[in-house]
Design a protein. Structure first.
Length: 426
């Protein structure tokens, strides 16, 4: 049995050892921090659409990519791995200013499936990654939680040692995090926060890698037309609160012939930069994601209009109006054809009766036919009307009477443009 002195000495040594991880982080702010600018932030991704190349995903931080199952998360991160390894752009939009080594930790894929995905992505790239630039860890069917009962699990301990000895890495992908975060992380904020710390522990061990976890969205955010944002991530909000960067992929199934499925990649949370504009994407062969070109964007916008109930109602209303206008136009031509040289007032009367329309509609149709070059209007007080191919000297013909169902002839009492009443048997 040890003496009290030995017991307390041992306890103090243990306390000091346990405190080492945070005790070593104590830093007295030096005076130059107040006067000297800090080093510029390094970025894993920058927005190539801006002249200033705004930063998007910072190096050495933990981020999250959320989407529903089957939306293309795994293919997206495989394409990102290729872009980081080669120093080329991701999704034709985000450039990689400094290439580096990538580790793909894929919880739902086996080696053969990784081969398929890498091969498909390679068909849409101009440059092959250097040897050993991308390392994959396919773990389908293997239980490997990073956190066990609130403590670092064996897998996390091994992974930290592995990236420390094989790094440095520029990017570590954990896809999907549901295979690694252990018990209660989806429903318990403390467990969710603890998992974020597990991901953060990979940054220093790997030599400063950005760590990107992929995650599924909740039921309320699934399906076409649903909003996908930071709050859409499944489970505990501590996960999205704990990471420094969140991007989402939403799938829009557009009805119609001009477009089918459009994906929207949006940065919905960023702690160190402003949010870039969303990127519209489409699937190509093998599920590879590519950005829409200008024609495809216009097609998608047209398809949205076609699928929008309000737009459909407006379109049907416009079509009905166009059909009705065509009927009145036809009545105008028929009236002038039957009575060349007909005056403005009489033409309005006959068009109203023939097309069963109001005076304004009749006048608009007459003006429309003149503007279209199908009618011409003579000079003078009566403003005689002729078909465009008819000479002004043509003799007017009387039009057949309009039946009113009572005595067979309609006697219309109207006002002329000069205010004098006329009685015309038509």
């Amino acid at each position: 049995m040890s003496s009290p002195e030995e017991f307390y000495a041992h306890a103090q040594a243990a306390a000091k050892s346990e405190a080492a991880p945070w005790e070593s982080r104590i830093k007295v702010i030096p005076q130059e921090w107040y006067t000297t600018a800090p080093p510029p932030r390094e970025w894993l991704l920058r927005d190539a659409r801006t002249d200033s190349r705004e930063g998007v995903f910072p190096r050495g931080k933990v981020g999250l990519l959320a989407a529903e199952g089957g939306a293309g998360k795994t293919m997206a991160v495989v394409q990102l791995a290729r872009a980081v390894a080669t120093g080329t752009s991701w999704l034709g939009t985000f450039e990689v200013p400094k290439p580096g080594k990538v580790l793909l930790v894929l919880g739902e894929e086996d080696e053969e499936e990784v081969h398929r995905r890498v091969h498909r992505a390679a068909r849409h790239g101009d440059e092959a990654p250097p040897e050993v630039a991308i390392v994959t860890l396919p773990l389908a069917g293997i239980t490997c939680p990073m956190v066990v009962d609130g403590e670092d699990g064996p897998f996390l301990t091994w992974l930290r040692e592995h990236v420390a000895t094989t790094g440095p890495y520029a990017l570590i992908v954990v896809d999907p995090i549901s295979r690694f975060y252990g018990k209660d992380a989806e429903k318990d904020n403390a467990a969710g926060t603890r998992f974020c710390q597990a991901l953060e522990s990979l940054v220093e061990a790997s030599g400063g890698a950005s760590v990107l976890g992929s995650h599924h969205v909740n039921k309320q955010s699934r399906g076409s037309g649903r909003t996908v944002d930071t709050s859409s991530a499944r489970g505990s909000s501590a996960i999205t609160d704990g990471v420094r960067w969140v991007a989402t992929i939403g799938v829009e199934e557009i009805e119609g012939e001009t477009a089918s499925a459009v994906l929207k990649l949006a940065v919905t949370k960023t702690n160190y930069a402003k949010k870039p504009p969303p990127v519209e994407l489409r699937y190509t062969d093998g599920g590879v994601l590519v950005p829409l070109d200008e024609t495809e964007r216009q097609d998608a916008e047209r398809a949205r209009d076609e699928a929008d109930p309000r737009v459909r109602r407006q379109r049907r209303r416009a079509e009905a109006e166009a059909t009705r206008d065509a009927e009145i136009d036809k009545a105008v031509i028929a009236c002038v054809e039957a009575r060349p040289g007909i005056g403005a007032t009489d033409l309005r009367i006959h068009v109203k009766a023939k097309a069963n329309c109001g005076a304004d509609a009749a006048d608009t149709a007459i003006a429309r036919m003149i503007q279209a070059g199908r009618l011409r209007r003579g000079e003078g007080k009566t403003k005689a009307h002729y078909l465009a191919e008819t000479t002004a000297s043509a003799q007017p013909e009387r039009m057949p009477p309009i039946k009113n169902g009572l005595n067979g002839v309609a006697h219309l009492h109207v006002e002329t443009p000069f205010g004098h009443p006329t009685l015309d048997d038509v």
